[in-house]
Design a protein. Structure first.
Length: 273
């Protein structure tokens, strides 16, 4: 296990109901960047496709215990942890069995809180400072479990025409979860992805999103970058694949911004208490 930390764990769900927005890429590389700046991070792969697991070089043969086993009550969450090649970044892997969770849990009590309950030892143990949950691009029981377990939602948003429409739908989902399952759920922030400075549409989308959501939008923008796209096929985060590329540098900036935002939040809470 990683060394115990005195910091309170922060659970962030990386979610967007729209596919192809850089959600898994952001989960992998933000997790790596947070680890690079000294955080202890656990990435939970909650997508049956298992792309986050693959992108971190954890192949099928290494996934002896997965999130499926955890949600079905067959394994404690911390027993399913897999060490990655990135120091400070651990993984709860996924496999296709996860797609059957909704049917198998049926009408079980607390079916929407399976992940929240499983995370209790991680919250109490102090081994991690961040948990990032990578969700499937849909509103199903896996996404609901993630939001019920999380402190806040981090939203990757592609700089393209229908971005705001998809974000509006996601905000409705967050409001529904807040109203029925997790009253303390917050919007951690919106991160603009796949930004192309040569494309005027990217700039227009970025402007519109900032007008609608103000300070909730991170200043850091993740650019379109071929090295970011190549890295998963080598089973590596882009920061390991090519640290000097623009994509890697952007994720490092994003990690610093996330940490600074968290420090500000904690300071404000202390002042109010």
């Amino acid at each position: 296990m990683p060394a115990r930390s005195d910091r309170r764990l922060r659970v962030l769900v990386v979610a967007n109901q729209k596919g192809g927005v850089g959600k898994t890429t952001t989960a992998i590389n933000l997790g790596t960047a947070l680890a690079a700046v000294g955080e202890k991070v656990l990435l939970v792969d909650s997508d049956p496709q298992g792309n986050a697991s693959t992108g971190l070089g954890v192949g099928r043969a290494l996934r002896k215990k997965t999130l499926y086993d955890v949600l079905m009550g067959e394994q404690p969450l911390l027993d399913a942890v897999v060490r990655t090649s990135v120091p400070g970044l651990d993984l709860i892997p996924s496999d296709p069995d996860l797609s059957g969770v909704e049917l198998e849990l049926g009408q079980q009590a607390r079916r929407s809180f399976k992940l929240r309950d499983a995370l209790i030892p991680a919250r109490e143990g102090g081994a991690y400072t961040y948990v990032l949950i990578d969700c499937p691009p849909s509103l199903n029981l896996l996404t609901v479990n993630a939001m019920a377990a999380a402190d806040a939602v981090l939203v990757p948003l592609q700089c393209e025409f229908f971005a705001l429409e998809g974000l509006t739908q996601l905000m409705r989902t967050i409001d529904l979860v807040r109203g029925s399952l997790n009253p303390s759920l917050e919007l951690q922030g919106v991160v603009l992805t796949m930004y192309d400075r040569r494309n005027s549409l990217s700039e227009q989308v970025a402007t519109d999103v900032r007008l609608h959501f103000g300070e909730a939008v991170y200043q850091t923008v993740i650019p379109r970058n071929v090295r970011v796209s190549e890295a998963p096929s080598f089973g590596k985060p882009v920061l390991v694949y090519d640290l000097k590329c623009t994509g890697s540098q952007a994720y490092l900036k994003l990690a610093r911004e996330v940490v600074l935002r968290e420090r500000k939040r904690r300071t404000e809470q202390l002042e109010l208490s």
